[in-house]
Write a protein that binds this ligand. Structure first.
Ligand code: SF4
Length: 369
């Protein structure tokens, strides 16, 4: 496949990259920088799509899931965040365990396979709240898959409850945790991180917590927040750290780039939304550079469904899920609907000439078309 492909790539720099990819060699940081800035997107896409096809054939994953944002009260109030509130704000909320169970029950009746849970760092919530949350969700549907809490939340749970990270993971696994989402990574460059999320755990700590999770057999996603203050070099630095940890642990299953939605929050240098070419470069370069992370996810609610669909031919093999009741991205001004229908997601995949496979975050197949 790659021999034929190399013949079709005329750009000499991309040809050299295609040769490395064809020989299963990791591309280097200067290759990544080139891919993030080239305007040769069609040739770049040939390489990214060939690698995606080698890994997954024409299979394209999607999930039928719900989002649970249990509280928007957060101690950190990161400048990047439009979702969080301070305790006492008129629109601050914390869901009760009964309320959570009721929401999940309703979503289960509509046919979900998975719950995706993230929230703010709320000092009023202790470890028992989270254990009972997961246990109640499992009691509604024992085989439901739970993807819960970012590394930032785990670090907080450990600190406020005087527990080690290992103990927190053990207790959550015991209560029903299946995998971790990859949020909170943002961008690892300390100077930029200090501007967009000054009180959040460092990138180094985020990586440490993921390493512990992987060591305990928990698979995780990894994310990147882009389109705020970062330069292409900062993206390469971020991807490089992810790739190195993956070489050590093999615990990242999916990379999920997340576009920063500007809605007048506290970050000073505001950018326009990325162009289609920006998205294509970022996703393709990520697919090729992160050759050791099996899946690349494009979340339609961040990208818009049309862009997400196009990216299925630029390295993406996972279109995310239905995400009933998503609050975080929509608080930041995303104009996409807050729930996609399964039928519509399948149509996006099928009309791209690919095969939809309904799955959960472990990539266990629920239903293949
Ligand atoms: S990004 Fe997360 S940690 Fe930061 S304020 Fe928002 S909810 Fe809190």
């Amino acid at each position: 496949m790659f021999e034929k492909l190399i013949g079709r790539v005329r750009n000499r720099r991309l040809q050299a990259i295609a040769e490395k990819v064809g020989s299963d060699l990791a591309v280097d940081e200067s290759d990544a920088l080139y891919m993030l800035t080239t305007s040769d997107i069609l040739e770049l896409g040939l390489i990214a799509h060939a690698l995606r096809t080698k890994l997954h054939g024409d299979t394209t994953y999607y999930g039928v899931n719900m989002n649970l944002n249990y509280t928007n009260v957060c101690e950190l109030r990161c400048p990047l965040c439009a979702f969080s509130r301070s305790e006492g704000d008129a629109d601050a909320y914390t869901l009760t365990l009964e309320g959570i169970e009721e929401r999940v029950r309703g979503a289960v009746l509509s046919g979900i396979d998975e719950v995706h849970i993230v929230g703010g760092l709320n000092p009023g919530l202790k470890i028992g709240y989270f254990e009972e949350m997961l246990a109640r969700i499992k009691s509604v549907k024992p085989d439901i898959f739970i993807v819960a809490f970012t590394a930032v939340e785990y670090d907080y749970f450990a600190r406020v409850n005087n527990l080690s990270i290992e103990e927190v993971f053990a207790r959550m696994k015991n209560a029903g945790l299946g995998a971790l989402p990859g949020g909170g990574a943002e961008i690892f460059d300390p100077a930029i991180r200090n501007q967009i999320a000054p009180r959040k755990i460092s990138g180094k700590r985020w990586l440490e917590i993921m390493k512990i999770a992987h060591g305990l057999g928990l698979k995780t996603n990894a994310t990147l927040l882009y389109n705020h203050l970062e330069r292409p070099e900062d993206i390469v630095h971020h991807l490089s750290h992810l790739r190195s940890l993956q070489d050590e642990t093999g615990g990242f299953k999916t990379f999920v780039p997340l576009c920063y939605h500007d809605s007048g929050m506290g970050i000073s240098s505001k950018r326009a939304q990325p162009t289609g070419l920006d998205e294509i470069r970022l996703f393709s370069a990520s697919r090729i550079f992160l050759h050791n992370i099996p899946h690349l996810k494009a979340l339609w609610m961040y990208l818009g469904e049309k862009m997400a669909q196009v990216l299925l031919h630029f390295g993406v093999d996972d279109l995310g899920g239905t995400y009933n009741n998503e609050k975080v991205v929509h608080a930041a001004g995303a104009s996409t609907p807050d729930a996609g229908s399964e039928q519509h997601i399948k149509r996006l995949i099928e009309s791209s000439g690919l095969k939809p496979v309904r799955s959960v975050a472990s990539y266990g197949v629920i239903r293949a078309s």
